[in-house]
Structures are given as C-alpha cells and as structure tokens.
Design a protein around this ligand. Structure first.
Ligand SMILES: O=C(CO)[C@@H](O)[C@H](O)COP(=O)(O)O
Ligand SMILES: [Fe+2]
Length: 219
C-alpha cells in the first residue's frame, strides 16, 4: 500500500479555481469539502462549484459531504463525476443503502466519523465501504490542530479491517502536515487529506512529494 495524498481545496483561491487545481496535479485525489451550515457551523460549496472543480481537475476528485441528509444529496454529487463520495455516519439515515447506491453508480463509498464517534458500531458495515474517513479535527474549518486523541481509533479501525480480511482505505482529514502525517500513517492511515499544508506552501508540488515520502516510510 502506498500513501495517497489528497489536497483539500477548501481554502484555495476560488477566483482562480483552474490554476489552483493545476497546482495539485501531482496529487492522488483532489478533496472537495461540502458544508451545509447544519451538520457543521460553516457553509462551503455546493453542486455548481463542485462540478467546476471536477471539470478542472486532472486527478480524480473525492467529495467530503459534511451535510445533513446525505441520503438525499450524495447521489447528486456522484453524478457530477466524483470518483469517491464520503458521507458522515452521524448524518446518514441508511448508510448501507446509500453505500450500495453509490456503488451502483460506479463510485467509491466512504464513511466518515467525527473525532468523538467510535468505529465499533460500524464494524459490521465495513464490507459495504471502500474507505473510512477518521476526522482528525472537528469538521467545519481548515487550519485546525491535528487531534492526537484520534490515533487509537485509527489503529482500531485498521485492526478491524485486517481482522475482517478486507481491503479498505483509511483516510485522515484535518491538521495533516509534515509534523503529523507520520503519526497518522504509523497508526494505519493511508489516504491523507491536507489543505493548509499544501495550499499555504510556496511549492505545492514539493509539499505533496514530501508528505508522500514521509507517510510512505511508515506504511
Ligand atoms: O473537512 C475538512 C474540515 O472540516 C478538511 O478537509 C479541511 O479542509 C482540511 O484542512 P487542513 O486542516 O488540512 O487545513
Ligand atoms: Fe474534508
């Protein structure tokens, strides 16, 4: 397994979206955060901007839906051409039904957990998913500090995946940087969302390469 680097465009310059997407052409995925001001206290993007991001991306896009009623909205994001759609366990009414719907549309299905949500109630659902997103900050904003208290959950999730003989990815999102990525990789994550670390760097390409190098050494 090699490390996947997925820059979040949440704090990019939306006035120059195409140029910003070009900066991350060496990444594995472009991570697009969608927020509804209900599930999280922030409002970010919606279908039209998400569609523009997908259209301007040279790498596959990954939608992170921080919204209520993902059962209703996730298929609409899948239709835009996202390679992967993540919805939150705390918000979904019927996560298995929704994962199956996404799979039927040819999209990877990913289940996200807030920092305080345990993995244990979802272990029986693992075969329905391609990825678990363990949030390493409270969802809602970029630029927050990585929460080390989430590391044991990453470890337990990796163990549960291995015990079940499955092949899911574990994505981490929030505060991922040169300082924190190795701890997350060591705990069992393999897909790393990095917003500020990549978009605030002078050289985004070099930053992506360095994050990948640091994580790869621990996988
Ligand atoms: O989903 C979220 C925040 O809720 C993220 O994807 C952030 O956008 C990551 O930004 P950094 O913490 O890396 O600055
Ligand atoms: Fe995100």
């Amino acid at each position: 397994m090699t490390a996947l680097i997925s820059p979040s465009i949440l704090n990019c310059d939306f006035g120059h979206l195409a140029d910003e997407m070009d900066k991350i052409a060496t990444a594995d995925y472009a991570h697009i955060d969608i927020m509804d001001n209900h599930f999280v206290p922030n409002l970010a993007l919606g279908l039209p901007i998400a569609e523009a991001a997908v259209a301007n991306s040279s790498v596959p896009c990954d939608a992170h839906l921080m919204i209520e009623q993902p059962d209703r909205w996730a298929p609409a994001y899948a239709e835009l051409g996202f390679a992967s759609v993540t919805f939150h366990a705390e918000a979904a009414m019927a996560p298995v039904k929704l994962a199956r719907e996404l799979h039927a549309m040819g999209v990877r299905a990913s289940l996200a957990l807030r920092p305080g949500t345990p993995i244990e109630p979802y272990i029986d659902l693992l075969p329905e998913f391609d990825q678990i997103l363990v949030m390493t900050v409270e969802p809602g904003f970029g630029g927050q500090k990585f929460l080390d208290l989430t590391l044991p959950k990453i470890q337990r999730t990796r163990k549960a995946i291995e015990d079940a003989g499955l092949d899911l990815w574990i994505q981490v999102d929030g505060g991922v940087s040169r300082e924190t990525i190795e701890r997350a990789a060591e705990a069992g994550a393999n897909n790393f969302v990095a917003g500020s670390a990549v978009f605030k760097a002078e050289d985004a390409v070099a930053e992506i390469a360095e994050l990948r190098r640091l994580a790869d050494a621990h996988l």
